[in-house]
Design a protein around this ligand. Sequence first.
Ligand SMILES: *[C@@H]1O[C@H](CO)[C@@H](O)[C@H](O)[C@H]1NC(C)=O
Ligand SMILES: *[C@@H]1O[C@H](CO)[C@@H](O)[C@H](O)[C@H]1NC(C)=O
Ligand SMILES: *[C@@H]1O[C@H](CO)[C@@H](O)[C@H](O)[C@H]1NC(C)=O
Ligand SMILES: *[C@@H]1O[C@H](CO)[C@@H](O)[C@H](O)[C@H]1NC(C)=O
Ligand SMILES: *[C@@H]1O[C@H](CO)[C@@H](O)[C@H](O)[C@H]1NC(C)=O
Length: 724
Amino acid sequence: MKFILALIFLSKTLAMTWEEADLKAREWCADLTNEEKISLVTGRENMTGVCVGSIDPIERKDFAGLCMQDGPAGVRFANGTATSWQASINTAATFDRDLLYKVGAAQGKEFRDRGINYALGPSVNILRAPASGRIWEAYGEDPFFVGECGVQIIKGMQDSGTIATVKHFVGNDQENNRGASSSNIPEQALWEVYIDPFYRAVKDAEVHAVMSSYNAINGTYSVQNKKLLTDYLKGKIGYQGPVMSDWWSIYDVEKSFGAGMDINMPGGKAWGPDYIGNSYWGEHIQECIDKGIFPQERLDDAALRIIRSLFKAGQMENFPKVNLYIDTLTEENKALNRKVGADSNVLLKNDDSILPISKENNKKKIKKIAIIGKDAMPSKLCNDMGCADGTLPLGWGSGTTDFKYVIDPLSAITERAKKEGIKVVSSGNDNIISGALTAIKADLAIVFVQASSGEEYITVEGNKGDRQNLDLWHHGNDLVKAVAAVNKNTIVVIHAPGPVNLPFKNKVKGIIFAGMPGQETGNSIADVLFGDVNPSGHLPFTWAPREDYPTDVKYDETLPGGGEQKTQYDYDEGLFIGYRWFDKKNIEPTYPFGYGLSYTTFNYSGLDAIMEEDGLHVTLTVTNTGDIAGAAVPMIFLSFPEFVKDYPIRLFKGFNKTILEAGEAKEIEIFIDNHALSYYDVEVKDYVKPKEGEYVVYAGSNARDLPLKTTVSAAISKKRRNHL
Ligand SMILES: *[C@@H]1O[C@H](CO)[C@@H](O)[C@H](O)[C@H]1NC(C)=O
Ligand SMILES: *[C@@H]1O[C@H](CO)[C@@H](O)[C@H](O)[C@H]1NC(C)=O
Ligand SMILES: *[C@@H]1O[C@H](CO)[C@@H](O)[C@H](O)[C@H]1NC(C)=O
Ligand SMILES: *[C@@H]1O[C@H](CO)[C@@H](O)[C@H](O)[C@H]1NC(C)=O
Ligand SMILES: *[C@@H]1O[C@H](CO)[C@@H](O)[C@H](O)[C@H]1NC(C)=O
């Protein structure tokens, strides 16, 4: 309560429009010298400072300088003083806007309390290929959904007074050769799939910072891509803040600064002492202005954008001094991480209602459970999580945090089982004989397995960021098979960034996809296994064998970053990524987008839709038809009017998570705004909302379970909606 009041207070005092911020910034910048402006746009030539990115102070102006710090899972390099949050793919799997906002707000506060100006997240890149290394740092395969998640996180962060940096603009959808690859994206897909979440971040969340990507788009590096940065992002979309480079992705001054880059991070040419006094930008900006390579206004604009966004964020006064080691690992943050961890568990299979486990009230007569697998054991915590040894709370790379602790599943389950008078036996390694011998004597066996992925600068078990294959690591399949062969009540818990192969799918009774839940991981899984939390997570991606997806990563020989030679990634699938491809090709996935079971059941009925000025108002009734409370996520998919050619059969456009008591029925509104009702017209060169024809509205629980259907005219209805 106190926390919420504080937030409301903060957001009220800080709220400022871009116009107001612009006036203040112009005034502030009026007397800046070129040298000062150049200092504002050029990162300090070092990564030896406190933050991963720094801008020097300007003492004459009482400007304290700027601190930029990674990254989506919390404050990086805080030495255990900050919360080690769940991966973004978990936050997405909750399908819960309120929780997303709360996570953003809590994270934002941790950054601000430390005097960090820019939080380097969220990432809204699209899960285009399941093996791609950083998919756990973003929100899945669907652009509408990724945009919604990004918006909530950004709003939460910015209401706490931190600048959110939405990244990586654009098309960084794989790790191998990310600094020497070209994402070749057709125009409609570029706007509707890859730019769209950034569009939402600018329009719906007024994001204060954007980070560009390492890769090229159509052959031109994103840091040199004037069309994307200046014409599209700043021009057509109307973004008012600065664009910052990803670390060491700038290789020149003329093309990058000239194209519309505003901040060079971390500023120097390489890592280490070499680059003292050695930047592609710095004084070279003045040389370019003198030679007329770009005008003075380019420098004025870059400086103005930085200061404007600081005013907008309320950071130009009373901002704390940088101190990365302030303790913000509060009980509230731990509880929120645990809740998101629990609510993001996706129950994929639950035959014979094998879960939840409980001794009383159970016909299953569970007296002894076996916990099998190294993934249930305490984690070894390597630098940037560049190892997979013990339970897997996060993937590896710059998007990790220094963990103070990790609650391992075995400890949490053992403690929780005690309350039920249930005995726990365990085999804390991946040895199949030990696993089977332990499982044979138990009434129920839970096998913990894993696969990890991360960022390309670390190679873990042969995986250079991107996964080499979608198999479980450490012979996980063999372990599950060995246990299932001796225990008919086998449940599998998977810690992974995304889909894995499931050759054992028909041999086990239960499967939970737990993603990467952060430091409270053990408690989160225990909450769900014992039914303290009814699982309500859903897949933010399609789960299928690798070869069924339209796209994949490439493992070409490593090329020098920023060079002429590039790996070509042709986005030939266009709009048809994820479930859209599976619909078009009529391929049955292992589990569809949106899939996720509960310990109760829901029924959907009474679908209605009315087109009004502001968008489409959909209503439906959800009934909890089981005997315990639970949360349903009704989902809306739309087919567009027929004149929109070569278009996906259906598109995900709405959801609204709702808690229902046993037997309860609720009428739920799902609002779909005009942007979500639009397609990108390459002739018109803009998003267009159809004014004629009909949309078909589908409702149900996932991309392949849409029992309700109605049609609605694209024209605004004269009939008035019955307000709820
Ligand atoms: C990091 O934490 C450890 C253990 O708590 C402590 O000994 C060390 O001094 C800390 N380092 C910094 C830079 O604060
Ligand atoms: C990239 O190339 C495709 C295919 O030629 C084209 O449709 C698109 O407009 C190009 N995008 C950019 C940003 O140049
Ligand atoms: C960069 O780091 C070196 C130590 O490696 C330090 O001596 C120097 O002052 C730093 N330069 C800046 C501009 O911070
Ligand atoms: C479930 O919904 C369908 C419509 O989708 C309806 O025909 C049926 O009566 C409902 N059943 C229950 C138990 O509410
Ligand atoms: C979800 O439902 C709540 C409560 O009825 C409503 O206030 C909210 O606007 C709905 N959200 C959407 C996106 O329709």
